[in-house]
Design a protein around this ligand. Structure first.
Ligand code: SF4
Ligand code: SF4
Length: 192
């Protein structure tokens, strides 16, 4: 689903109870004043199909389908910038995690590749504390399009030759110190 620039609210299905499902913010989302600080603070906003500010307005209007079928939530890196800066003190990042949880539970496949990218990226960062490109790409392509990896084989070999890709990386010191952080994210998103 591509979100149109203009939405005809009288002709679009709306669910006024949608906001009730979006914990922890819930009805606090109605206090959003559309200041745009969340969008201005978001490092991923330029790549999103609807910006965070637009998304919260759509939530207020009960546009459940449009929100759950957008890729915005899958581009959220849980950086907490929007939540830290929201003048209304709305727990935005944690509520985006709830949106991911609902989309996973309802098996919304629209942005399957963005979802797979997000899950593979998070898992590799959790396990190693840094990016391990070979494993990340293997996981991503195995869960989306295994043959798609062939298109990157040439680039991968070039990077390997130049020492830019290392199949084996030493683990960072302090192994396991990220567990609490990633476990909390997985819990918020209903993945454990
Ligand atoms: S920063 Fe908070 S008040 Fe401002 S638009 Fe975003 S959610 Fe609304
Ligand atoms: S938590 Fe997500 S939506 Fe909020 S600023 Fe960070 S990336 Fe953007």
């Amino acid at each position: 689903m591509t979100t149109p620039d203009v939405i005809n609210l009288t002709a679009t299905k709306r669910d006024p109870t949608f906001v009730n499902r979006l914990t922890p913010a819930g009805h606090q989302l109605y206090t959003c004043i559309q200041c745009g600080t969340c969008t201005a603070s978001c490092p991923s906003a330029a790549a999103m199909d609807i910006t965070p500010r637009q998304m919260w307005r759509m939530v207020q209007l009960g546009l459940e389908d449009e929100v759950l079928h957008s890729k915005t939530m899958w581009l959220c890196s849980t950086c907490y910038q929007c939540q830290a800066r929201c003048p209304r003190g709305i727990p935005l990042t944690e509520t985006i995690a709830k949106l991911k949880q609902i989309a996973l539970q309802e098996r919304i496949e629209e942005w399957r590749e963005s979802t797979a990218f997000y899950l593979a990226f998070s898992d590799v960062m959790h396990r190693y504390g840094r990016m391990r490109e070979v494993e990340f790409m293997a996981r991503y392509f195995l869960s989306t399009n295994p043959l798609g990896a062939l298109g990157y084989a040439g680039m991968g070999l070039t990077l390997l030759r130049r020492g830019k890709l290392r199949p084996e990386l030493p683990r960072l010191r302090g192994e396991g110190r990220l567990d609490r952080l990633f476990d909390r994210v997985a819990e918020l998103e209903g993945r454990q």
